[in-house]
Write a protein that binds this ligand. Structure first.
Ligand SMILES: CC(C)(COP(=O)(O)OP(=O)(O)OC[C@H]1O[C@@H](n2cnc3c(N)ncnc32)[C@H](O)[C@@H]1OP(=O)(O)O)[C@@H](O)C(=O)NCCC(=O)NCCS
Length: 164
């Protein structure tokens, strides 16, 4: 994806859960919220939210497709492997500080989950990390992943999100 395209995407907002939101009202968030960090990232057309176990069938529509996993380091997924993945992603979300954000990518208009996007922070000191993403093949080339990545970069730019 071209950097210029990424830059041109509307800046997303990060929606914090009620407790953290209350703390951050009126001023920028500069400290990590206490306890479990749960995020919702809102882009123009997509929302990245914490995954749930019942997202498995929707994710299967993406990662059960051989074309989608072709260049990924995972085999074609089954409902069972999707459920296992979701359980590990949800367990990862309990960590504090949290270095891995595996988020379901959903369409804002319908709430339908179309894939997953992840950012993993490997070095807080050097602001280093990597991202991964995949969405349903019938929805490729509409700019949804560009939006999702913009959300993830925005999240990583918050130092508290990286446990700094
Ligand atoms: C890689 C993948 C996630 C991209 O998803 P996508 O939603 O199609 O990506 P986008 O639509 O944002 O970008 C794809 C192209 O559409 C273009 N595009 C079309 N409409 C756009 C819009 N409205 N806004 C921004 N870009 C748009 C982008 O510029 C980009 O063009 P490019 O390939 O020439 O750079 C998807 O192909 C996929 O799931 N692949 C299988 C999994 C995979 O390989 N993942 C990567 C390894 S982890």
């Amino acid at each position: 994806m071209q950097q210029s395209r990424l830059d041109s995407v509307h800046c997303p907002t990060i929606v914090l859960p009620p407790m953290e939101r209350a703390k951050s009202e009126g001023e920028p968030v500069t400290e990590p919220p206490e306890g479990r960090l749960s995020v919702e990232l809102v882009g123009p057309r997509v929302v990245l939210r914490e995954p749930r176990l019942d997202d498995a069938p929707a994710l299967l529509a993406a990662f059960g497709d051989p074309e989608v996993v072709r260049y990924m380091a995972i085999p074609v997924q089954t409902l069972e492997t999707e459920q296992q993945y979701l359980k590990s992603a949800m367990a990862e979300a309990q960590r504090n500080p949290r270095r891995e954000f595996h988020l379901a990518v959903a369409l804002r208009a319908s709430g339908a989950v179309i894939g997953m996007a992840r950012i993993s922070i490997s070095s807080v000191e050097h602001l280093r990390g990597d991202v991964g993403y995949g969405i349903r093949r019938d929805l490729w080339n509409r700019g949804y992943t560009t939006e999702a990545l913009t959300c993830l970069v925005n999240l990583a730019s918050r130092s508290w999100a990286c446990g700094a």
